[in-house]
Structures are given as C-alpha cells and as structure tokens.
Design a binder for this molecule. Structure first.
Ligand code: PRX
Length: 650
C-alpha cells in the first residue's frame, strides 16, 4: 500500500533524535545478529546492577521446552534503579507531576521525596509481614501512592498484582485468589470525572465473596476522598498510620534478574484471565530503553502517558520506564472530558508537556467534538505524540497530527501487548517515516513475521498471523502458577514462535499494519476483553440459556460489544431484561465489559457438531451479512435469516 501518504522524518528530528535511520538500521541489525553483545551493552549502559551478569540471552521457544531467561546470573533492584541512583544528580528534580481529577489539584514530587515515601511504605509493608516473593494486590486510583506502592513492593522484592480500579468486586476477588495475595492496597474511594468510585467497599465485597476470606490478612487503605468506609479493625489499616514513624531507609532487596517483578491479569480467548508474570532484569532494561528511544526522551522533558497503572501501559510507561530514565512523568487521576473536553489541552499547557501518549479511543472522542475541542490551550510545548492500545484509523491519526501536533510532532503508533512488556513495533521518531495507521517497524531485538493458518512463513508483502520469532528481554515468562497454560496459549499454535493473537499486513516497504485480533478477544476502547468472559457472565443469569459475544466496529470505542442471547423457555424478551443483563455484566466484571447491543436470538448458528460459528455472528453484527460466506455446514441455516432480519441497529 505504498500509495498511502508518507510523513518523512524531518532533518531536524533525524539530527537530534537518539536514533536516525542509519543508526536504527545498524542497531537493529546488531540486536538480531548479535543479541548477546547488543543487549549486554545496552543492559550495562541503561541499568545499575548489583552483581554483573555474564550470561545475556538464554531463550527457547521450542514446544515442550519454552524457557526464557535474560541476564540470569545478574542481580539488581528495580526501585533502586528508579530512585536511589538518581538522588545524587537529580534529587530535587520532579519525578512525578500528579494532576488531580479536580483541575485545581496537583502536586510535584521530587526524586528525593519519592525515594523517602517509597522507603517508608516499604518498611510499613515489611512490618505487615510482607516478604520477598509475596504477592501484593493493588486496587487503586491514579494517585501518587499507587506509584509509591509499586516501587515499595519492588524495593522489598514483593510481587505486585495491580487490578484496574474499574473492575468489579467479583473480578477483583478472583484475581486476589488466583495470585495467592494476602494483602490488598487500596483507597477509601477514587475520583473520576467528578464522581467517586467506592474502592474500599469493593474490596470488602471482593473479600466477602472469596472462598477463603481469611486468606486476606491485611488491607491497607489510603485516605483519598475522606469518604465513609466500613472497617475491620483486625484486618484494615490506614496507610498514613502505617507509614507514620517508619524510617525512610529501607535497604533495596538484591533480586535475581529472573525474580518476578509483577503479575498482571489480562483477558484471553478462554474464560479465566491469565496472570502474566514479568521478571526483573529484562523487563526494566527494555522498559527504560523503549521509553528513551520511542519517545526520544531527553533530560528535562515532561512526559505524559494518559493510561492507568491498572494496565500494562501504566506499568511500563508511567512508572518504570520513565523513572528508570530519571524522567519527569505526569500521572493523571481524571478523564479526558472532565470538567470538559479541553482537559487534555489544559494539562499539556499547565505542565508544559513535551511527549504525550494516549489511546486512539480518546483521540476519536475528542475529534468528534470538533477541531476547537482543546479550546485556546497552548500546545506549543509538545514535541511528540504517541498512540497505543488499538489500531489508529488514518482519520484519527491525521487529526492527532494536524490538530494536536500542528503538523510538527512525529506521531509514534506503538504496537505491543501485556505479554510483551514493552513497545514492539513502532516508527522511531528520528528514524522511520510514518504512514498513518501503520505501527511500521520492529524495535531493537524484535523479529516479527507473518504466517498463514498452517504456520508457513509469508515472505514479502502479504497478510497473516503476526508472530515473533525470537525472544526479547521484556517478554512475559509465564502465567502465574500455570506455566503449561503459558506455553499452550502462546507457543503451541505456531510451533517455535510466539503467537500474538493479532493479524497483520506487511506492505512493500516492510511496514506492519496491525489488523486486529484473530482470536476471541475484542478490544473495547483499547481495553482487552475476552468474549468468553462476557459470555460466562451472561449465562450465569437465570434468564439466559445461551449467549454469544462478538465485537463490532464502533466509531469511538474501536470495537463495541455485541451480544446474542437465547433466553430460557418462557422468559419474555423485554427492554427491562436487556437493561438488567447489561447491569448484570457491569456488576460481574465491570463497566468496561458493558454490552453495547443485545439481540434476542431464538437460536445461534452452529455447526452440526454444536460449535457456534462466530464468523457469521461477527458479520451480522458488522452489518456485512452479504458476506456471510459458506453457511452450508450449519445445522439449521434458517437461524441466520432470523438473526439478519432482527439485527440491532447502532
Ligand atoms: O490487538 C492488539 C492491540 O491491543 C492488544 C494488546 O492489548 P493489551 O495487552 O491490553 O495491551 C494494550 C497496551 C499495550 C494487541 O494484541 N493493540 C495494542 N497496540 C496497538 C494494537 N493494535 C493496533 N495498533 C496498536 N498500536
């Protein structure tokens, strides 16, 4: 598709960026031809090690023998890399600019201040009995204490498992149980768009709903809004009381490079969320390096990623990458549309943001409100714009480039996943000409490839399943407590390759264009959702006999959730029931899983062996029922006519 508009790298960017095209080509070639030398040098230059490593890469994607180790005989501490080593040179520099939901509240936290807060809370965690290797669940709003808690865990070698604050008590409870976590760190309430989110109440409900509520020994509560909360005096502790009187000195635990740093649950094509395990050395090397090169981060820059720490983007590109690089990172508690849709512009102006990183869904939501949506905000501090989470359609790309970037900021479309730990495919700002809608070229060490459904490599330009042929330092090491599932999910579809679950096209210039998931995962507003999770929630409702969930194109969210429901015999299909089902899923999983459209389906299209043909359901939901393809294998082809006739209008 070389007919697409191409935005060349400007001479100024090529001259000033960390990597221009020649440097990218040279570094990329070395990273794949001589990974031990390349990553050894990068890891020594980027990160401070306690004991140096001698072994760099030790990875195998072979079925039955999947094993991934990086820098395995080295030791380090991630919190010390994000804090201690910066104190001498930048102790007074702002590490975190916190911008509250309420536009009049903000806070600048210096590296020294952050170091002290982390030290105190790390000691408080130890006093609660938290030890190296223990799992701590964080269920927090976007307040500085979330970053403090992450770094405090890293400091003492505890493994954090952050559950997004928008998840329901049930979803939280399952993740606490699965991770074997005996401590939960939360706040009384969170603030979002002028509303309050009852986090502590949700934690109480989550614990009450667990098989073994007594397994949660302690709940640490940050006083955030001062709202009323229920209190269990044996179990609950105020954060401010725990840290009062604690020393700021807490020795950083010496961690093996392959010791776990965090777990993060994400949705897959089967019902249960998977806890991806990320380890210490490879992760932090890759997070820091990608943050530096992709955003061209330079000393003194103010960098803002609008994600939530509940997602991997918040881990790697609000906290770990920027702080490892001694950067200034903005942490935003609110939403783009509160108090009004000019908020992003106001915050960029207020904090003189240089690099801005957000999701296409936010861009589309603003775009819809018109070109003057950011008001009279001064956006002249912006140097670079980033996009993540879903394919960015060229219209949104152009708007981002023209209206926010004034045509002067490189737009970096970053493709990656919870599993990959860091950015994998991206046009580096000084090196790679951008094509709107294409994530373009691999980062150092990343070897993407396309395969057909039989696993044959596709050469040259073409369409296929996106796989990665060899290991990179930040790839997840396992599914927590279930290594067999890890191997089965990612390395068994195409033997010897990491399967991303995404489809992609490669053009004549070797650019990758991500076309979306090829499995039963949908991407709603950049949030990943397993259709099976929503289905199992629906069938748990007494009125529902059967449910099938698919994604459909949605103008703002990218994909919306389209549900086909077969009711139990005798249940009446009413609008009230529709609302009740939406409410049921919201309570069960969280608002992000709310169905957008529910169609009553007297029957679902199934093969003679009883398998639901989702391909057909996707086509009907997308209003492409003229492209249903072969329906002759259906047990009852007449079902399809009914579904087409009663398709829900958007
Ligand atoms: O389908 C791809 C899409 O988001 C999926 C990963 O979701 P998650 O693990 O939640 O991580 C999101 C943030 C890294 C991918 O399999 N995706 C992510 N970024 C892009 C994207 N699709 C197209 N273009 C992107 N830039």
């Amino acid at each position: 598709m070389s007919d697409h508009k191409v935005y060349p790298v400007s001479a100024e960017w090529a001259a000033s960026a960390w990597a221009d095209e020649a440097k990218y080509n040279e570094m990329y070639a070395e990273s794949v031809n001589n990974p031990d030398k390349f990553w050894g040098e990068q890891a020594r230059a980027t990160i401070d090690w306690i004991k140096p490593f001698h072994q760099v890469k030790n990875t195998s994607f072979e079925p039955g023998n999947v094993s991934i180790k990086w820098f395995e005989d080295g030791t380090l501490n991630v919190a010390a890399n994000c804090l201690d080593r910066h104190l001498a040179t930048r102790g007074d520099q702002t590490a975190i600019i916190w911008e509250g939901d309420d536009p009049s509240s903000d806070e600048h936290i210096s590296y020294r201040d952050l170091y002290e807060r982390v030290g105190k809370f790390a000691n408080a965690l130890k006093a609660q009995g938290v030890k190296k290797g223990d799992v701590a669940t964080l269920y927090m709003p976007m307040i500085p204490e979330a970053a403090v808690a992450m770094l405090a865990c890293a400091r003492i070698g505890a493994v954090h498992s952050i559950v997004f604050g928008g998840f329901s008590p049930d979803a939280l409870g399952v993740r606490v149980e699965e991770s074997g976590s005996s401590i939960i760190i939360t706040s009384d309430e969170g603030r979002r768009g002028g509303r309050r989110v009852p986090l502590k109440k949700n934690v109480d409900a989550a614990i009450a709903g667990m098989d073994n509520p007594a397994s949660v020994k302690s709940v640490v509560v940050v006083k955030c809004t001062g709202g009323d909360v229920a209190w269990d005096t044996d179990r609950d502790h105020w954060y401010h009381e725990l840290v009062a009187g604690q020393s700021v000195d807490c020795p950083a635990e010496e961690m093996g490079a392959e010791d776990p740093l965090f777990i993060l649950y994400t949705s897959g094509s089967t019902g249960k969320p998977k806890g991806l395990e990320h380890t210490t050395g490879g992760y932090i090397v890759y997070a820091a390096m990608t943050h530096k090169y992709v955003f061209d981060y330079k000393d003194g820059d103010v960098y803002w990623c609008t994600a939530d720490v509940g997602w991997v983007t918040g881990h790697s590109y609000i906290v770990y990458g920027p702080l490892a690089n001694g950067g200034t990172t903005v942490m935003f508690e609110g939403v783009p549309t509160y108090p009004d849709a000019s908020r992003f512009g106001r915050v960029i102006e207020k904090h003189k943001v240089n690099q801005f990183y957000t999701a296409p869904t936010a861009i589309r939501a603003l775009m819809q409100k018109g070109d003057d949506v950011l008001g009279d905000s001064d956006l002249s501090s912006l140097k670079l714009l980033g996009s993540v989470g879903e394919p960015i359609n060229p219209e949104a790309w152009n708007w981002y480039n023209d209206i926010m970037g004034k045509g002067e900021c490189p737009v970096v479309d970053t493709w990656w996943q919870t599993e990959t730990g860091g950015i994998m495919i991206v046009p580096l700002p000084g090196a790679t000409a951008a094509k709107p809608g294409s994530a373009s070229r691999p980062f150092f060490g990343v070897q993407p490839a396309l395969v057909d459904n039989e696993g044959n490599l596709i050469e040259g330009s073409g369409d296929g399943n996106l796989v990665i042929l060899d290991g990179w330092p930040a790839i997840a090491r396992s599914c927590w407590g279930d290594p067999a599932r890890y191997e089965e999910t990612y390395f068994s579809t195409f033997k010897g390759m990491y399967f991303t679950g995404d489809g992609a096209r490669r053009d004549d210039d070797g650019y990758y264009w991500i076309t979306g998931r090829v499995d039963d995962v949908i991407n709603v507003s950049g949030h990943r959702m397993g259709t099976a999770e929503v289905e199992s929630s629906l069938v748990a409702h007494a009125a529902v006999a059967e449910a099938a969930v698919v994604g459909y194109p949605h103008a703002i969210k990218g994909q919306g959730i389209y549900v086909y429901v077969t009711l139990q015999a005798g249940v009446e299909a009413t609008d009230e029931l529709r609302k009740a089902l939406v409410g049921h899923v919201r309570t069960d999983i969280g608002p992000i899983a709310s169905p957008d459209l529910i169609q009553w389906a007297p029957g679902l299209p199934k093969t003679r062996s009883g398998k639901i043909m989702r391909r057909i359901l996707r086509k009907i939901a997308a209003n492409e029922h003229d492209q249903l393809g072969d329906t002759s294998t259906l047990a009852d082809p007449a079902v399809v006519d009914d579904l087409v006739a009663n398709r829900m209008n958007r």
